[in-house]
Design a protein around this ligand. Structure first.
Ligand SMILES: [Zn+2]
Ligand SMILES: [Zn+2]
Length: 256
């Protein structure tokens, strides 16, 4: 059964303003954190207590009293999931795991990249804890249940070897697609980062074969920048959209 009424929030965290998404099933309170890469205290304070700065966008309650009026269960974090292992997306997973004793999911092809999260952060001039090791693999082409939340896992290498897009199936649509740095509004992820396995042709093939077949109204949550939809990007994206030509343009995304 697909979810009926997801509560979606996102937070732009850390110096690279990476989008961390928090998705909750309003019926059960089951919650997953996608790309908990930075500002763990801010995320925990809001998810547990509605304290502090809160999300940059939400379709749910904006404070504790509003939440209590809704008569829905308390949130229960059931899993941490990552689209990929760049440090801005995964660097502070250890702090979240200390607070939420749940499993952390990552595609196995990003295991090596994940082992470098702390040294990569230092190279960019940031601090990060000793990297976490994923507990469980994301399994491509499968629809995986995390509590009551079900995501279809699309393996979309090109920005990194193990990059995945997570499609939250919503009854009656539109679906919500968390793409990490595979696709941006009007751009694509960088393919020139070290130790990552980046390859523009692989990335374009991933997008053409796995993302473009999705429903046009699918809402796309990129790892950086504004939201978009599959239909809009398929029609207009200058690097991988219908107008980009057979070879595509060379990818010059801005983000890690
Ligand atoms: Zn990123
Ligand atoms: Zn990245």
């Amino acid at each position: 059964m697909a979810i009926v009424d997801p509560w979606v929030e996102y937070f732009f965290v850390g110096a690279l303003q990476m989008r961390c998404s928090v998705v909750t099933d309003r019926l059960t309170g089951d919650t997953v954190i996608i790309d908990g890469g930075s500002e763990p205290e801010r995320l925990i304070a809001w998810i547990d207590r509605f304290d502090g700065q809160g999300p940059d966008w939400s379709n749910g309650p904006s404070d504790r009293s509003e939440f209590e009026d809704l008569d829905q269960p308390e949130r229960k974090v059931v899993a941490l999931i990552n689209t990929h292992a760049h440090f801005d997306h995964s660097g502070y997973i250890p702090d979240l795991l200390l607070h939420y004793p749940v499993k952390w999911y990552l595609h196995p092809d990003d295991t090596y990249l994940q082992s470098l999260a702390q040294s990569s952060a230092r190279r960019w001039g940031f601090d990060a804890p000793v990297p976490a090791q994923a507990d469980e693999p994301l399994i491509e082409k499968e629809t995986m249940g995390f509590g009551a939340l079900k995501f279809t896992i699309l393996h979309t290498p090109g920005h990194t070897l193990g990059g995945c897009c997570l499609n939250l199936l919503v009854e009656g649509g539109p679906d919500h697609l968390f793409v990490g740095d595979t696709l941006f509004a009007g751009s694509v992820g960088r393919t020139d980062l070290p130790d990552t396995g980046g390859d523009f042709n692989v990335l374009a093939t991933s997008i053409h074969t796995q993302l473009w077949p999705l429903a046009a109204d699918t809402i796309v949550y990129p790892g950086h920048g504004p939201l978009t939809t599959i239909g809009h990007e398929r029609a207009t994206n200058p690097f991988v959209g219908e107008g980009a030509g057979a070879q595509g343009s060379y990818g010059r995304g801005k983000y890690a």
